[in-house]
Design a binder for this molecule. Structure first.
Ligand SMILES: Nc1ncnc2c1ncn2[C@@H]1O[C@H](COP(=O)(O)OP(=O)(O)OP(=O)(O)O)[C@@H](O)[C@H]1O
Ligand SMILES: [Mg+2]
Length: 149
């Protein structure tokens, strides 16, 4: 019997998330668990009136292209790394929105029993403190959460 029914690793391209990926992929390989890799593109928030300006719409469009490109690159590399570590079944997903909310939502939708994250990400939090995404996920998730130090 599978212990988790699948493992979700949240990746943001940071060193800490790379360690989380290595741990999650090794666990998936050792226990023959399907591995899901998720990258979340963050929402941008504007005042109503401004977001409808033609210039802003155009700029938001080109930002979305850049972010989509980066998401693809990042997930492709993560998939390769996971395969190299022996993970057999690897799915990659990118979503938009609040990272923690999307991470927990995907785990719930796919009924994945374990979420793996790094302590920190690309932000500027230092020391042993958790970043806001790992903090929020561990607060709201109904699944097991593994925070890789
Ligand atoms: N956009 C994202 N998509 C997927 N996973 C993410 C994303 N952002 C963070 N994570 C996951 O959460 C872990 C912790 O990152 P977090 O964002 O909490 O720290 P931080 O960037 O240092 O702090 P903050 O974002 O609060 O400034 C990462 O190692 C990664 O596993
Ligand atoms: Mg962050």
């Amino acid at each position: 019997m599978k212990l988790f029914n699948g493992i979700l690793v949240a990746v943001d391209g940071s060193e800490a998330s790379q360690r989380a990926l290595e741990t999650g992929a090794s666990m998936a390989a050792a226990h023959d668990e399907p591995l899901h890799l998720l990258y979340v593109i963050r929402d941008m928030q504007f005042p109503e009136g401004l977001s409808r300006m033609a210039e802003v719409e155009r700029l938001v469009g080109s930002r979305a292209d850049v972010l989509g490109f980066v998401a693809n690159k990042l997930l492709k590399q993560a998939r390769r790394d996971a395969r190299d570590l022996g993970a057999k079944q690897v799915e990659t997903v990118s979503r938009e929105g609040d990272p923690a909310t999307q991470i927990v939502a995907l785990a719930k939708e796919k009924e994945l029993g374990l979420i793996v994250l790094g302590t920190r990400g690309l932000g500027t939090v230092s020391g042993a403190l958790l970043g806001s995404v790992s903090r929020k996920v561990s607060n709201i998730a109904e699944q097991h959460v593994l925070i890789v130090r």
